[in-house]
Every structure is written in structure tokens, then in C-alpha cells.
Write a protein that binds this ligand. Structure first.
Ligand SMILES: N[C@@H](CCC(=O)N[C@@H](CS)C(=O)NCC(=O)O)C(=O)O
Length: 235
């Protein structure tokens, strides 16, 4: 580390919901960081940072870390002043339960439809049906589990809020386009989502997302249009 360079470098680009979770956590924690804007890659240099070649990667004074949840936990352990995990074993486990639920049953099925919606490819009907079934089960689970007060684990915003917000945001955009259905509304999370959207960290992260997302969709020749523009839902 040099005197003028912060010890934390986040590799990734602002279209990635995973990168955005980590970036929002860095901002919420008041940590200085450098954003190294780049995509995923399979070259030796990048694989030496993340053996999966995916983004985000966080370079720290101690080495490079990948996998969003591992990065979030490291940041909280290493920089505990502004904790983003709830205190108490049960609340911490409940936060992790929400993160896992959202990652496996919201993010992953949503991502399975990225090729046909955001990337100029196609989604086969069985893939669309399977994604919808998992999303329906996840939204029913979130209705039971997530009772924001005002945040998912109560008074304080936590990593569960950040992870859920950036995953549900992209799932909601995709779901409104594909099925004309809002994941956020179906989970009863509109007020929570609006409160999250109003945070200064979110404003920074989403401003970069919106600009890059428009460029990304254009480059990919994607069929996706923001649902408010009057286009009908596509299956
Ligand atoms: N499990 C990883 C997922 C990260 C991920 O899928 N990142 C995407 C960008 S949003 C990526 O790198 N995709 C390129 C690839 O899969 O090669 C995490 O939690 O960080």
C-alpha cells in the first residue's frame, strides 16, 4: 500500500449486483476504497485473484478475496466500527438465512434468465418456467420471513438489507419485464425498498448502475426495456 492509495481495491463493474453489494457495504462502513472497473475474466492474472474468475474481488492488505458473502464478513470482522451484522447469535444467523435465501432462490433463478433478457440471447421455455417456480416459492418465503421494522433485522441496516436490496432490485426489473410482476411488491417490500433506495450509498451505487446498465444493454443488443416505457411483458 502507498500513502495515497487506500488499502482496499474493489474489482468489478457497476452492472453487477454482487459488486454493488460490496461497494454499498464499503460506503456504509465509511471505508476508503478504489474501484477498479473491470469485468470477470479467465486469464492467469485475474484467476490468481479469484480462482473462479468472477467479480467482485476485493484486494486487501492481506490478499485478494472473492465471494460476496465472504467479503462482507471480512469487512465486518476487519473493520468493526460500523458493524453491518446484527449482534447476537440468533439475529446474525437470521441475517445469514435471509442472505442465503435471496442468493439461492432469488438471485440464481433471476440470473438464469439474464441471457434472454439482458444479454441478447434466448431463454428456453422450461428455463423460464423453472425460474418462475423458484421465484414464487422464494417470494412466499420472504413474505413470511421479512417484516421490515424498518430494516429486515429491525432497527439497524445490515448486510442482509444490502444483499436483498441489490438482488431484489435486479429481480424486480427482470420480473416486471418478463411477467409484468413485481417481486418487491409481491414480497410486501415496497416501503423497505424505497427506504433503501433513499440511502446515500444506494444513490451513489445506483447512479453508476443506471449509466452502465444502459450501455451494457445496448452493447449486448438486449430486448430488455425498463417496464415503464409501455412495452408488454415478454415470456
Ligand atoms: N458467488 C459469487 C457470484 C459472483 C458472480 O456471479 N459475478 C458475476 C457478475 S454479477 C460474474 O462474475 N459473472 C461472470 C462469470 O460467471 O464468469 C459471489 O457471491 O460473489
Amino acid at each position: 500500500m502507498t500513502a495515497d492509495r487506500p488499502p482496499l481495491t474493489l474489482h468489478g463493474y457497476p452492472v453487477s449486483n454482487y459488486v454493488n453489494v460490496v461497494r454499498a457495504a464499503l460506503i456504509e462502513k465509511g471505508l476508503e476504497y478504489t474501484l477498479s472497473v473491470r469485468g470477470a475474466a479467465q486469464d492467469e492474472a485475474f484467476l490468481s485473484l479469484n480462482p473462479m474468475g468472477k467479480i467482485p474481488v476485493l484486494e486487501t492488505e492481506e490478499g485478494a478475496l472473492a465471494e460476496t458473502v465472504a467479503i462482507l464478513e471480512y469487512l465486518d470482522d476487519r473493520y468493526p466500527a460500523r458493524a453491518l451484522r446484527p449482534t447476537g447469535a440468533f439475529a446474525a444467523a437470521r441475517a445469514r438465512q435471509i442472505v442465503n435465501l435471496v442468493q439461492v432462490y432469488v438471485e440464481v433463478p433471476t440470473r438464469s434468465l439474464f441471457p434472454g433478457v439482458f444479454m441478447g440471447g434466448e431463454n428456453s421455455p422450461p428455463v423460464v418456467v423453472a425460474a418462475r417456480a423458484t421465484l414464487d416459492r422464494a417470494s412466499a418465503a420472504l413474505v413470511r420471513l421479512a417484516r421490515p421494522a424498518p430494516f429486515l433485522l429491525g432497527e439497524h441496516m445490515t448486510n442482509a438489507d444490502l444483499f436483498a436490496f441489490y438482488s431484489l432490485d435486479i429481480s424486480d426489473r427482470l420480473g416486471r419485464f418478463v411477467w409484468g410482476r413485481s417481486m418487491i411488491a409481491e414480497c410486501g417490500l415496497e416501503a423497505w425498498s424505497a427506504a433503501m433506495r433513499d440511502r446515500s450509498s444506494t444513490k451513489v451505487v445506483l447512479a453508476d448502475f443506471e449509466a452502465d446498465f444502459a450501455r451494457y444493454l445496448n452493447d449486448k443488443g438486449a430486448i430488455y426495456r425498463a417496464p415503464d416505457d409501455g412495452r408488454l411483458a415478454h415470456a
